[in-house]
Design a protein around this ligand. Structure first.
Ligand SMILES: Cc1cc2nc3c(=O)[nH]c(=O)nc-3n(C[C@H](O)[C@H](O)[C@H](O)COP(=O)(O)O)c2cc1C
Ligand code: SF4
Length: 393
């Protein structure tokens, strides 16, 4: 349970936003409102993947923004699983003290905190990880140009162990939730989607085989904690925009299985690296919220709609349309960490909007230090974790 909300509902000035600032149950936890800080990788871990003061400062700021749930950006479960040079890692015990500090820094603000975990899979880049690129089947991401090697069964079993260790470690470190990243063309998504998964063994072919990795991860975690999946959420793909890709209906067997294990929430995103243009076009058209609405028609757990939400008024429309139970925001919070407070206290005209320059999105590609072009946006307070000597893709 959160200690106390940054935004006390009794002080809400703009009553048209009351739906946004209403508490909501997410699995076992109560969120003080319906706004989620979407996962934002800021590429500011140290070279080994340890949490730094800068990371803590950023996410603490997101907690103080008033969002009910703050999601920590994609954190790799495996040595070869990161997508950036300075991404965080989770699983081995050595990472746990830093992650514990991070979880506490966020939950002390009154927000719930979820750690998103992932493995980059076939969209990896050796220039960032120093490791081979591995996927369910050979695949060359056009943006990167490195052919992924097909994983052996032994390697898949090791990655299942990595995911299990990461979930157990994150819960032990104090995160309210762990969010499994099954979107954006990362490894777990790749196993599900025939576009990426052309295996002829027990991990490919039928839906049952393409879901085998999830069944095995669940079984391995439950040996340690039978209730662990009541504290797990999942980010899934509403549409990959390729033949053989995922779509909301294609996720149904996974949704049913993970909900049978207690899954606490769903987040709907879309696209893979090679369909980035279609992704942004569909985001702008509001199609991400339509995918979330479709998911709500059959999912039991709460659904987070997101993508292109720039203020609490836009969030209110999505909630009132029944397209989500909660609403995620990323760039609006980077551009103005006070975006929610200003709306809450009736000062929406003072919000400093994201100008859609794309800089923060491409830090990993352009070797940039994370910050926002807007003077009022988030800027790192420390400079010791500068990115150095990394190749761009
Ligand atoms: C700097 C940056 C980092 C991001 N990192 C992640 C991430 O780690 N995991 C993820 O699922 N999405 C990530 N995203 C995508 C956001 O969570 C979100 O889906 C996307 O930005 C659209 O939402 P918005 O319009 O509110 O920004 C990132 C976005 C930005 C701008
Ligand atoms: S860097 Fe650009 S795209 Fe990112 S939040 Fe700031 S204004 Fe928006």
């Amino acid at each position: 349970m959160p200690a106390q909300s940054v935004l006390n509902t009794t002080e809400l000035v703009d009553k048209t936003l009351s739906e946004v600032f209403t508490p909501v149950q997410i699995g076992q936890h109560l969120s003080t409102n319906r706004i989620v800080c979407s996962p934002i990788s800021i590429n500011l871990a140290d070279d080994q993947g340890f949490v730094t003061d800068e990371i803590i400062s950023f996410y603490e700021t997101m907690g103080k923004s008033g969002a009910g749930l703050v999601t920590i950006g994609a954190t790799s479960v495996s040595p070869e699983g990161g997508s950036t040079a300075n991404g965080m890692k989770v699983g081995p015990a050595k990472f746990e003290p830093g992650l514990r500090r991070l979880a506490s820094a966020v939950t002390d603000t009154g927000a719930l905190c979820s750690l998103q975990i992932f493995h980059v899979g076939a969209q990896g880049n050796t220039a960032y990880s120093g490791q081979p690129v591995l996927g369910p089947s050979p695949y060359t991401c056009p943006d990167i140009g490195i052919e992924a090697r097909e994983l052996t069964i032994l390697e898949i079993e090791r990655i299942e162990d990595d995911f299990a260790a990461a979930i157990i470690s994150a819960h032990r470190a104090g995160f309210d939730f762990v969010e499994l990243h099954l979107g954006h063309g990362y490894l777990l998504h790749e196993f599900l989607a025939p576009f990426f998964n052309r295996r002829a063994d027990e991990y490919g072919g039928s839906v049952e085989n393409r879901m085998r990795i999830f069944h095995n991860i669940v079984a391995k975690v439950k040996l340690h904690d039978a209730m662990a999946f009541t504290r797990v959420g999942l980010r899934i793909s509403g549409n990959d925009y390729v033949d053989g890709g995922m779509a909301i209906e294609a996720n149904r067997p996974l949704v049913e299985f993970m909900e049978s294990q207690g899954a606490a929430y769903w987040v709907v995103s879309a696209g893979i690296y090679e369909t980035a243009p279609q992704k942004y076009e569909n985001m702008k058209n509001g199609n991400y919220y339509r995918y979330a609405e479709q998911l709500k028609s059959y999912a039991e757990s709460v659904v987070i709609a997101q993508g292109g939400v720039r203020d609490a008024a836009a969030a209110a429309i999505i909630l009132n349309n029944g397209q989500g139970d909660l609403v995620g925001m990323a760039q609006a919070l980077i551009a103005d960490p006070n975006v929610l407070k200003k709306a809450f206290y009736g000062q929406a005209e003072k919000i400093l909007p994201c100008v859609e320059c794309g800089r923060c999105r491409y830090i990993k590609r352009k070797d940039l230090m994370f910050d926002c072009v807007r003077p009022e946006g988030y800027h790192p307070s420390h400079s010791k974790w500068k990115l150095t000597g990394r190749a761009s893709s």
